[in-house]
Design a binder for this molecule. Structure first.
Ligand SMILES: NC(=O)c1ccc[n+]([C@@H]2O[C@H](COP(=O)([O-])OP(=O)(O)OC[C@H]3O[C@@H](n4cnc5c(N)ncnc54)[C@H](O)[C@@H]3O)[C@@H](O)[C@H]2O)c1
Ligand SMILES: [Zn+2]
Length: 410
């Protein structure tokens, strides 16, 4: 509808923008395709997993710059030598490796690491046809992934994850990040890797805590998507906590496959919508990690987050008591502590408000609606959530305990 706006002395008809606006709609479709391999002894000269990533028809040798987690290097001191021998055998142009301080510190204080990497990339003329080969835990993969995605607007990245959690979750997907101003994962990009090679032989040198931490992500994705897998984890919880190889390998492969199927098949690989089902149990976990100053491992915090949201799902009629009990038994049986000081310090109303702000104003939390099924919830009763936290803090879980006694004779 057109209106006349009057100024002091004259009348001015506004421009009809409908008449002057021309819009060109652009549709860009890009598909990504990358292999995630499971192997052992990846740098054995006869193991072709890495070598086969590069077509024989390349006009020149692939240029590769390795970046290694300091703790991985500490425990696998022969890694540079093995990389060199592998490169010579398979005709790579291998640059000398960079070392990045392992653990959350590389995301928390990334400035020096980024500066060193960007400088090396420029000095060595690592370009968009070269490769960074990052070997490390989820934190180093995230931080180096961020550097790779931003230098030259994206250098090809090959990931070799070296922790349970990195092999079954953090290292196989499409995200990277560093922390900024105390905000976890505040700076980051969506950047699918060129390839991922999960070498099981790295895992033995992890700490007991890190061997275990990744199990939480497997419980998470099983609860969301695959009740058979959850039953497997429940039945093998003791083998998993002792890191028996067969159970651990089965757990890692299935967990990684479910994550990948979700990323590729959910229709929202770059998380444009509010719903983030793979972040089940994470709204409180991220807060707990931050409150603990990253004393808690990511997986340890996720285990508590899953327990909390499962109790809430039971209390709101979404899960049966039996199902809730099974989840707690699985997590505790796998060796997780389902309480920590930070949970006591957490005000649920404040934490939910903070999470709502993080999502841009609308709360959207994934809750279980059965084992292997979930739905998004936009309304959470903060008082009830606080009560669920209280049960975890007190540790005696009165209602659940009855069921444990009856079902498992504990
Ligand atoms: N990008 C994603 O999609 C995604 C998903 C989940 C988690 N994450 C991130 O992953 C990080 C957690 O990763 P994590 O659980 O692997 O922990 P981590 O990377 O902090 O590693 C734990 C410790 O183990 C050391 N380490 C790694 N591999 C080792 C080995 N083979 N032997 C001995 N020591 C080894 C590391 O140096 C570190 O000190 C968090 O920052 C989390 O936010 C990212
Ligand atoms: Zn996680």
């Amino acid at each position: 509808m057109s209106q006349i706006h009057s100024t002091k002395n004259k009348q001015v008809a506004p421009l009809s923008f409908a008449a002057v606006t021309e819009t060109v709609h652009t549709r860009i479709q890009v598909s990504f395709n990358y292999p995630v391999s499971f192997t052992r002894d990846a740098l054995n000269l006869r193991n072709m997993t890495l070598a086969n990533l590069f077509p024989r028809t390349l006009p020149s040798s692939p240029q590769i710059m390795p970046v290694i987690d300091s703790e991985v290097l500490h425990h696998h001191a022969d890694l540079p030598h093995k990389l060199q021998a592998y490169a010579e055998r398979h005709g790579f142009n291998l640059l000398s490796h960079e070392v990045v301080r392992g653990g959350e510190i590389c995301k928390q204080e990334p400035e020096a690491m980024l500066e060193a990497l960007y400088r090396r990339i420029a000095d060595e003329q690592v370009d968009r046809h070269s490769y960074l080969l990052v070997i490390g835990g989820g934190a180093v993969l995230d931080a180096v992934g961020y550097a790779a995605a931003t230098a030259h607007r994206g250098i090809r990245l090959i990931r070799m994850p070296t922790t349970t959690l990195a092999q079954n979750d953090a290292g196989i997907g499409v995200k990277n990040a560093i922390n900024h101003q105390q905000r976890k994962n505040y700076l980051g990009t969506f950047a699918p890797p060129f390839a991922v090679i999960n070498d099981f032989d790295f895992l033995d040198t992890q700490s007991e805590r890190d061997k275990r931490a990744g199990i939480a992500e497997a419980v998470k994705v099983a609860l969301l998507k695959d009740s058979d897998f959850f039953n497997y984890l429940l039945a093998h919880r003791k083998s998993l906590t002792d890191f028996h190889h067969e159970a651990a390998l089965t757990m890692i492969k299935r967990c990684a496959s479910l994550h990948l199927a979700h990323i590729a098949g959910s229709g929202d690989p770059f998380e444009m919508g509010s719903a983030r089902p793979l972040d089940f149990g994470h709204w409180s976990a991220h807060k707990l990690e931050a409150l603990s100053g990253h004393r808690l491992r990511h997986g340890e915090a996720v285990a508590i987050g899953i327990a909390l949201d499962s109790l809430y799902a039971w209390q709101t009629g979404r899960l049966s008591k039996q199902q809730c009990a099974d989840i707690l038994i699985c997590l505790e049986g796998a060796g997780f502590q389902l309480c920590c000081d930070e949970l006591e310090a957490m005000n649920m109303q404040d934490a939910l408000n903070e999470f709502r702000e993080h999502l841009g104003g609308n709360l959207c939390i994934t809750l279980l609606s059965g084992i292997g099924a979930a739905s998004e919830v936009s309304d959470i009763d903060a008082q009830l959530m606080q009560r669920c936290a209280q049960w975890l803090i007190q540790g005696h879980l009165p209602h659940i305990k009855l069921k444990l006694d009856a079902t498992y004779g504990q």
